[in-house]
Design a binder for this molecule. Structure first.
Ligand SMILES: Cc1cc2nc3c(=O)[nH]c(=O)nc-3n(C[C@H](O)[C@H](O)[C@H](O)COP(=O)(O)O)c2cc1C
Length: 324
């Protein structure tokens, strides 16, 4: 399988593993890049010395391309993350924003990263951001739909992908949000995607360095078990509906937005770490998972989500066209 995404990023298969804070650490990144996809370090909130250590671990284990996450949002972390990507010569910057993408800021940081030899993968949530990313010089654009794991995006994946592929042709588009099986990738190809990004599906792999209980919770969850929490903070994210999530929802439902925000922050503090590292996934741990959990039925090896996935993706496409 080879196309513009593979050529630009120097990878074998157009499969990108989404950046996941404190989840896509070096073991997962190495496994994905070694399998021929693009592994992405969840470095968006990491201090510089941890980014450097993670990059070193990746480099020790693979010579394949990989990426590191940078949030293009104002604040000290933007400068720390950008400089760490440059200093550590990370080949690809995976640039996301929690707000609307501003052209001047995008151009400034894309140019700086390009000058250091990085390729730019821009992840966007709406058409206007995709157009800004294209104009500012992104090399690849990921269009992430609302169903995708992590912070809830805005627009449904099917609408967003069609909007972006209808309006942008100079930059290849990668579909993201709710993808776990090859037939979905085939459907995205028909709409114009040249690659797929998966996040939640990569959490439920043997190589992902989170606690087994997190992986099993994703495997066990059905579609309606995934709920959106935290709109009072302005950054709602998808998580599995456990006892912690129920308490968080109650805080949001029984308080004004302003009053709920600090209570929510206090009740959820450290909850991702408690689930990911300690494996407590019911009372105090938050299991972040996109709506796609209902399509994930087992813990799989990374290779199944990269090379094997692409073989079946091509077969699905051939089958689709013979149906017409
Ligand atoms: C546990 C978890 C943590 C995430 N953390 C981040 C992050 O730090 N930065 C980011 O850009 N996206 C983050 N995401 C979003 C993923 O990079 C990706 O865009 C998303 O998971 C794709 O949707 P899917 O989960 O349906 O495959 C996270 C997703 C999950 C499941």
């Amino acid at each position: 399988m080879s196309n513009r995404v593979c050529d630009i990023l120097g990878i074998e298969y157009p499969v990108i593993q989404g950046a996941m804070a404190w989840t896509s650490m070096s073991p997962l990144v190495v496994a994905v890049s070694e399998a021929g996809g693009l592994g992405v370090l969840g470095s968006g909130f990491m201090p510089a010395h941890i980014i450097a250590a993670q990059v070193e671990e990746v480099r020790k284990a693979t010579d394949k391309p990989f990426a590191a996450n940078l949030f293009l949002d104002p604040g000290p972390q933007l400068e720390i993350g950008c400089q760490a990507i440059i200093d550590n010569k990370v080949p690809v910057a995976y640039v996301d924003t929690l707000n609307l993408l501003e052209y001047d800021m995008a151009k400034k940081y894309y140019d700086r990263l390009h000058a250091a030899g990085c390729k730019i993968v821009a992840k966007i949530n709406c058409l206007s951001d995709a157009l800004v990313a294209e104009k500012a010089g992104a090399d690849v654009i990921i269009a992430k739909g609302v169903e995708g794991g992590g912070h809830c995006a805005k627009i449904s994946g099917s609408v967003l992908l069609a909007e972006v592929t209808q309006n942008i042709s100079s930059v290849p588009i990668v579909a993201s949000g709710g993808i776990a099986i090859p037939i979905q990738a085939a459907a995205c190809t028909v709409v114009g995607a040249e690659g797929v990004e998966m996040g939640t599906a990569f959490v439920a792999t043997f190589e992902c360095p989170v606690h087994e209980n997190v992986k099993n919770a994703i495997v066990k969850a059905q579609d309606i078990d995934i709920i959106s929490c935290g709109s009072c903070t302005g950054e709602p994210s998808w998580q599995i509906n456990n006892n912690l999530a129920k308490r968080l929802v109650e805080i949001e439902e029984t308080n004004t937005k302003v009053a709920a925000a600090p209570l929510f922050m206090e009740a959820s503090e450290g909850s991702l770490r408690i689930a990911s590292l300690e494996g407590e996934v019911e009372e105090a741990g938050a299991v972040l998972s996109g709506q796609v959990a209902g399509l994930i039925h087992s813990i799989r090896p990374v290779k199944e989500l990269v090379a094997d996935f692409c073989v079946e993706w091509e077969a699905c496409l051939k089958q689709t066209y013979t149906l017409m």
